[in-house]
Design a protein around this ligand. Structure first.
Ligand code: MFU
Ligand code: CA
Length: 208
């Protein structure tokens, strides 16, 4: 009788011990799992921050390179490395139109490009323009619309005392109706009626 009880108690004790041990070992597993999870999270966060740091550094280098290149390009092409239609000459940028239109419309079109019809106030500029216009007719910023015979540049300055390059016999105010000037053959100037349609030259200061 007593022996049976003792054996029972022993079994219970063994079971309890077994349970406790099992509990302890599974707790260890959970702790290890949690630790490795934490480690993974930390590693992930660290590598993420490293990657973002590297990519921002890369961006900086790339921007610096771009800045250097574009400033180099601007030295070669002061009117903008991407704007082939604007040509540099003597501190200014020039646009030689591909379409023909009236003097008034040409004036407006230059304005929409933050420029105005070209003013030719030197032999050097005349040479540049006549070379570039190749005997075609191009409007310039010169007219006597306000007062017949008083030729004024588009900036309000008087043309007569300065450089001029009129064709022989011009301005002749043919049909008493010629108040706008264009360059003609050999780049020489002629007055023509302002609704005449020809190409035009816009001029603007080169960006600093
Ligand atoms: C000349 C110019 C005119 C016009 C005409 C066709 O007149 O002065 O402006 O271009 O030729 C004879
Ligand atoms: Ca004329």
């Amino acid at each position: 009788m007593d022996k049976d009880r003792l054996q029972d108690e022993l079994r219970i004790f063994r079971d309890r011990n077994f349970l406790r041990q099992k509990l302890r070992s599974s707790l260890m597993v959970y702790v290890l799992l949690a630790l490795s999870y934490l480690l993974i999270v930390i590693l992930f966060a660290v590598s993420l921050s490293r990657v973002s740091m590297l990519s921002s550094q890369l961006n900086e280098v790339r921007n610096e390179l771009k800045r250097n290149n574009s400033s180099k390009d601007f030295k070669l092409f002061p009117c903008g490395p991407e704007a082939r239609e604007w040509e540099y000459f003597g501190g200014k940028c020039y646009y030689f139109s591909l379409r023909q239109t009236s003097w008034q419309r040409a004036k407006v079109l230059c304005g929409t490009e933050h420029s105005r019809l070209a003013i030719i106030n030197s032999r050097a500029k005349q040479n540049f323009i006549m070379y570039r216009t190749r005997n075609q007719r191009f409007w310039i910023g010169l007219s006597d619309q306000n007062s017949e015979g008083v030729w004024k540049w588009i900036d309000g300055s008087d043309s007569t005392p300065g450089f001029t390059y009129w064709k022989e016999g011009e301005p002749n105010d043919s049909d008493h109706n010629e108040d706008c000037a264009h360059v003609w053959t050999y780049g020489e100037w002629n007055d023509v009626h302002c609704t005449y349609e020809c190409y035009y030259i816009c001029e603007k200061p080169a960006p600093p």
